[in-house]
Ligand binder design. Structure first.
Ligand SMILES: [Zn+2]
Length: 93
């Protein structure tokens, strides 16, 4: 039942801990993050990749490519293609 391939290992956890320790505001919505909250709380801290892993896999564990976000914002942004007709994304073009 495990679908966590690609994020295994202690290195990633160390990177997350380091990023968390910076106590930064959310890089997406610019609002403060409540670092007392824990996953899967939508307002909890989440690490985002500035350059998506899908296109920049070599930067996946590069500390300068990480940013602090709300889990909610990270999900909304995503690094996957948004399926048309799903969710509340509005494309006005
Ligand atoms: Zn946010």
């Amino acid at each position: 039942m495990s679908k966590r391939a690609g994020r295994a290992g202690g290195k990633w956890r160390t990177l997350v801990a380091n990023q968390r320790a910076k106590r930064l505001d959310c890089a997406i919505c610019q609002q403060p993050i409540d670092y007392r909250l824990r996953y899967p709380d939508e307002d909890s801290f989440s690490v985002d990749h500035i350059k998506p892993r899908s296109t920049h896999p070599h930067l996946a564990e590069e500390p300068t490519n990480l940013s602090s976000t709300h889990l909610r914002c990270n999900k909304a942004r995503g690094d996957r293609e948004v399926k048309p007709g799903l969710g509340h994304a509005v494309q006005s073009w």
